[in-house]
Each structure stands twice: as structure tokens, then as C-alpha cells.
Design a protein around this ligand. Structure first.
Ligand SMILES: Nc1ncnc2c1ncn2[C@@H]1O[C@H](COP(=O)(O)OP(=O)(O)OP(=O)(O)O)[C@@H](O)[C@H]1O
Length: 614
């Protein structure tokens, strides 16, 4: 953190253009945020100078009261002095408010810039990178931004800004009560050394404590996510024990470190009192020797606390600096990770939907190869099924075709365009996906549908839900399309959620639709209706379905068998299905589909994509 707040000439050399391009585009976000915070911090530092001067007033007032008012009985002088001090107190209050505001603005600049960069960087990363880090870790990173801000707006910043006051207090002490100056200098030295020593102790301990707190957070988040599953499976005892052991470990560490900090704080307090007594003792001796007045001693007592307080305060605030430094390093490392390139300004013609894999291979980061030099030519148009055993690589192939994963070797094309040149946001308009796991954002159903296509008309929304088989059940809800769904789709069944997600996909009207096990959770009639819909859409769009269902596979015109050894074989259903399922074809059950089960009887599915494209 400190590194980023240093003046620019003290900062390490700027990275070369090549290095900057290799790093994430958000790598400079913290430095930029600190630069804007620095403007506010500088204002706070300037404001600290008059505040420091005004901070000397009470001691000068005390000195004058002893030397002029009490010694000479000057009531008029006292009245004038009180009026003057009140006036200056007003000014100090105003200055202090401005300084506090400047610190708040510095904190807000950090919070705003770094949080935004973090959110953008998270949403712009490739899917594979997102899959490597769980949600709880992202939440912790957002909390880290708060830790960075706290070190700027908290006690540490105030202590630093009060350091000029300490210097001024020393100068005044030197002028009005020089015999006690050595005592105060020694006190400052001892407190400074102790602050540094404790800082070291706390720094190392704190990092360990933070690591444990983070691991506990992750564990807690996982248990919270799995709470319903644990209840259903009934094995919460083992999980609770693991969580409890992590929690106890962290609590013990935190308790010990808090103890160390409290010891440091209490020791500072006792030392301050001890030095105050030392000042009075030395002052009394100096008064007896007529080297200074009683007024000077009273004033010096106040001044000594002004000189020593910021140093004592530093001791108690190293913890927030250690936490902030640790948080900043972690955030910097994450922001340096690469993100997807920004979308092109050029509006390219909408592709017809021909997908082509050219000698494409894909390896997961652990080195496992899922696909080896696969070449495929899919579409345009038609219903295509990807089949294979569990773990063979079907979803991986679907993600490659959707541009969600980049091939480690070879290339993937949509029409003549290489997918690698587009960020997912651009590709999403052309290649729509229905994921294996459906997630629905909380809020009214209509908002969730509009989210994917804000320009969709009411008619288009209703047609899309009819086609997806969702209109009937949504209409039956007491609030209809305004019904509020909970986080992740809580309150709806798995099949209902899948139908709504399908409606979202239709609303985007992409050239290629890739559906990962779309008939999961659907009843027989709904699956039949889905097949009818997909076949109709496949007349003008490329529809690719990852499936284990013989009925869905039977409806396809082309089959791609992911063998699990990195290779994919293809052929027509007549040739492939008997080999894969031991039977030539399943009954698709096209007849007798109820209106509630899927596409409404009066919905012309064939016209829907054209209507949505309008
Ligand atoms: N993010 C990942 N990191 C590492 N390996 C992964 C990752 N995702 C999947 N795999 C592995 O890659 C292989 C293929 O996974 P994939 O999800 O493509 O299988 P699938 O054919 O869709 O399986 P299923 O029918 O069970 O859905 C599996 O062995 C899986 O363990």
C-alpha cells in the first residue's frame, strides 16, 4: 500500500509496453487509485499544518493563565484570551472537518477505483480462469478493498498527519521549558523503538492470523452453500467438526495476537503516564533551580502528550497497516492476471452459424488432455447431438465451440471468423449457451428475462417463454411475470428454471444455440415439446445439444461421439445410435403434447427467431 502512495520518482521503474500488455489491463488500477487518493491525502497533509499550530493553543493559553492572569490578577486579559481561544477552536473544528473529509475522499477514491477494477476484471476473465477461483475467494478480495481503505481513513493516517504537531510541540518545549526537553526526546525514542519492535511482532503474527481467517471464511462459505445438501444427506456432523476445528484454530491465533496488541497498547499507556511523571519531576527540579516557571511546567505537560501521542498511536495501528499491505499485494496479484480483450468497435455481419474446429486440442491447466487435434465442421443449421460417457469431454467440446474456452492448439471458427478475436460479450450475440447448471438472479421473473435483451417487446418475451414451455407455469403464479424468484432461482423447481433459462436463450436469438443437457429435469411431455421446438429452430439456426438422452439424440441429424481418448467421431444417427445405445431410434413422442408441457399449441415456433431478430 505504502509503495503505491510514495511519490512517483521513488516508485519502481514503469513496466515496458510489452510487459504491460502481458499483464492484465487492470494491473495499474491500484497505482491509479492511489494516485487519485494521493491528491486528497496531500490536501489533508497541508490542512494538518494549521491544525498542528492550533493544537498548541491550549498549552500557550495555560502558560499565559499562570504567568499573566493568576500571577497578576488580569481578569480582562483572561476574558480576551478565552474569546481568542474560542475563536481559534472554531477555526480548528472547521479545519479538522475538512481534513477528515479529505481522508474520507481519499478512502472513497481507493474503494471506488479498485472495487470497479476488480469487478470488471472478474467479469472479463476467461471462463477457465473463473472456474479456478471459488466465489468465496472473490468475496474476500472485495473485502480486501475495504482493508486498503481502512488504512487510509483510520487511526494510522491520523497518527501520521499528527506528526508535524509532535515536531512543533518539541520546538515550543525547547523554548519555554528546555530542561525537560531531553526527557521528552528520550520518551519519543523509546516509544518509537517499541512501536517498531511491536510492528514487527504484529506484522508476522497478523499475516498468519489473516491466512487462517481467510481459510475459515472459505470453509464457512462452502458450508453455507451446501447447507440444504447437508440437511438432505444428513452428514452435517463431520462437516461441522471440520469447520469447528478451523474456527477454534483461528480463534486461538486471533486471541493470542489480540493479546499482543493489547499489551502493546496498555504498555504505551503506562509509558505515557510514566513519562508525564518524569516530566513533572524534572520540571519541579528545574522550577526549584529557577530555570523555568510553574506555568511552563503546566504547559509542557500538555505539550508532551501532543508530542508523544502520535508515536504511541502508531504502535496500536501497525495491525491495520499489515492487513492493508497484505490485502494490497493480493489484489495487485489478481488484477495483474490476464482478462479477455475488449470488444471491437467494428460491427461485423451476423454469421450464418457454421462452426469449425481446425485441429483443435484442449488441455486443462493440470495438464489433462481432453481433446486432441479435433477437426469438425458443424452447420450452418441443423440439430446436432454431442454424445459420450461421463467425463469424456462433451461439455469441454461445447465450451470450445461456444468460445468459452480457447483451444490450447488449433483454432475454432464461426463462419470465416476465428473465435479467438472476440470477447465472450460479443460472441454471446452469435453463440448462445444453456449451461448444465442454471443460475437465476433474484428478482421478478420479467426482469430476469429482460436482462438478456432489454429491447425485447412484451410479445417477444411471451413468445419466447411459450416456446420454452415456461409461459403456462409463469401465468399460473399469483403475480405472473412479476413473481419474485429468490437467489439462484429459489422458489422454482429445477425444470421450471431450465425452461426460463431456455426462454432467455431464445430471447437473445443467436445464430448458434449450444445446449448442455437441456432435457435434464424435464418431464416426458416437456422433453417432447422441447424436441419439437429445437427441430423447428434448427431449420434456420445451428442447434448443438450435449445429451445422454436417446430421445434427444434420435431427433438429431448429426451425431458427434466424444470418445474420451481425445478424439471425436461423427456420423448420422442411423449409423451411430445403434453402436452407442444398442438401438436405432427412440420414440420421440411428438404426438399428444399438452399445451402446458412445452411450446404452446398456438405458438409458431418457426417464426419466433425471425420475429425476435426484427
Ligand atoms: N475446470 C476443470 N479443470 C480440470 N479438469 C476438468 C475441469 N472441468 C472438467 N474437467 C475434467 O475434464 C474431463 C471432461 O469433463 P467434461 O465436463 O467435459 O465431461 P462431460 O463429458 O461433459 O461429462 P458429463 O457427462 O459427466 O457431464 C473430466 O475428466 C473432468 O474431470
Amino acid at each position: 500500500m505504502i509503495k503505491y502512495l510514495l511519490p512517483s520518482r521513488l516508485l519502481p521503474q514503469q513496466p515496458s509496453e510489452q510487459e504491460a500488455a502481458a499483464a492484465g489491463v487492470y494491473a495499474g488500477a491500484i497505482a491509479t487509485a492511489c494516485h487519485s487518493a494521493w491528491q486528497h491525502l496531500r490536501r489533508a497533509a497541508w490542512l494538518s499544518l494549521p491544525i498542528s499550530l492550533l493544537g498548541l493553543l491550549p498549552s500557550i493559553f495555560l502558560l499565559q493563565v499562570y504567568n499573566r492572569v493568576i500571577a497578576r490578577g488580569g481578569t480582562a486579559t483572561l476574558t480576551a484570551m478565552v474569546a481568542g481561544v474560542l475563536c481559534f477552536l472554531g477555526i480548528e473544528w472547521w479545519l479538522r472537518r475538512r481534513r477528515a473529509r479529505a481522508l474520507r475522499e481519499a478512502g472513497a477514491a481507493i474503494d471506488h477505483d479498485v472495487s470497479q477494477a476488480l469487478m470488471h476484471s472478474m467479469l472479463q476473465r476467461p471462463l477457465l480462469a473463473l472456474e479456478q477461483r471459488p466465489a468465496s475467494q472473490w468475496l474476500q478480495l472485495f473485502r480486501d478493498v475495504g482493508a486498503m481503505r481502512a488504512s487510509i481513513t483510520g487511526g494510522l493516517a491520523s497518527a501520521m498527519l499528527d506528526l508535524p504537531m509532535a515536531l512543533l510541540a518539541l520546538i515550543v518545549i525547547g523554548i519555554i521549558a528546555w530542561p525537560v526537553l531531553p526527557v521528552i526526546l528520550v520518551a519519543m525514542l523509546i516509544l518509537g523503538v517499541l512501536a517498531w519492535w511491536w510492528a514487527d511482532e504484529v506484522r508476522s503474527g497478523r499475516v498468519e492470523e489473516i491466512a487462517q481467517a481467510r481459510s475459515l471464511d472459505r470453509n464457512t462459505a462452502e458450508v453455507c452453500n451446501a447447507r440444504a445438501t447437508l440437511k438432505v444427506l444428513g452428514y452435517d456432523t463431520a462437516v461441522r467438526q471440520t469447520w469447528q476445528s478451523g474456527y477454534d484454530h483461528w480463534l486461538a491465533e486471533s486471541f493470542a495476537k489480540n493479546g499482543e496488541l493489547e499489551n502493546a497498547r496498555e504498555a504505551s499507556h503506562i509509558l505515557l503516564t510514566f513519562f508525564s511523571i518524569a516530566v513533572i519531576t524534572v520540571g519541579a527540579i528545574a522550577i526549584n533551580a529557577q530555570w523555568m516557571s510553574i506555568g511552563s511546567l503546566m504547559a509542557v505537560n500538555l505539550l508532551a502528550s501532543k508530542a508523544l501521542a502520535p508515536i504511541a498511536q502508531l504502535a496500536g495501528n501497525w495491525r491495520s497497516l499489515a492487513r492493508s499491505n497484505e490485502a494490497t499485494q493480493r489484489l495487485q496479484a489478481v488484477l495483474e492476471e490476464p482478462v479477455e480483450q475488449a470488444s471491437q468497435d467494428l460491427q461485423l455481419p451476423r454469421p450464418k452459424g457454421r462452426l469449425r474446429l481446425d485441429q483443435a486440442s484442449f488441455h486443462y491447466p493440470d495438464g489433462r488432455a481432453t481433446l486432441e487435434q479435433v477437426s469438425l465442421d458443424i452447420g450452418p443449421g441443423g440439430l446436432h447431438a454431442i454424445l459420450g460417457r461421463n467425463g469424456a469431454g462433451k461439455s469441454t467440446l461445447a465450451k470450445l465451440l461456444a468460445g468459452l474456452y480457447r483451444p490450447t492448439e488449433g483454432r475454432v471458427f464461426i463462419d470465416e471468423y476465428d473465435l479467438a478475436q472476440f470477447p465472450r460479450a460479443t460472441l454471446g450475440q452469435w453463440v448462445g449457451c444453456l449451461a448444465q447448471q442454471v443460475y437465476w438472479f433474484s428478482g421478478p421473473i420479467i426482469d430476469g428475462l429482460r436482462m438478456v435483451n432489454p429491447e425485447a417487446t412484451d410479445q417477444q418475451i411471451v413468445t419466447a417463454t411459450q416456446l420454452a414451455g415456461a409461459h403456462a407455469f409463469v401465468s399460473r403464479l399469483p403475480q405472473g411475470y412479476q413473481s419474485v424468484v429468490g437467489e439462484g432461482g429459489a422458489g422454482l423447481s429445477a425444470g421450471e428454471l431450465r425452461k426460463l433459462a431456455l426462454a432467455q436463450l431464445f430471447l437473445r436469438n443467436p445464430s448458434v444455440l449450444i445446449l448442455d443437457e437441456p432435457s435434464n429435469d424435464l418431464d416426458f411431455d416437456s422433453e417432447t415439446a422441447l424436441l419439437q421446438t429445437l427441430r423447428q429452430i434448427a431449420r434456420r439456426h445451428t442447434v448443438i445439444v450435449v445429451t445422454h438422452s436417446l430421445r434427444v439424440a434420435s431427433a438429431a441429424q448429426h451425431i458427434y461421439h466424444v470418445r474420451g481418448d481425445g478424439h471425436v467421431e461423427q456420423g448420422g444417427p442411423q449409423q451411430m445410435l445403434p453402436r452407442l445405445f444398442g438401438t436405432a431410434r427412440a420414440a420421440t413422442g411428438d404426438s399428444g403434447v399438452s399445451a402446458e408441457a412445452g411450446a404452446d399449441a398456438d405458438t409458431d415456433a418457426d417464426t419466433l427467431p425471425r420475429e425476435l431478430a426484427a
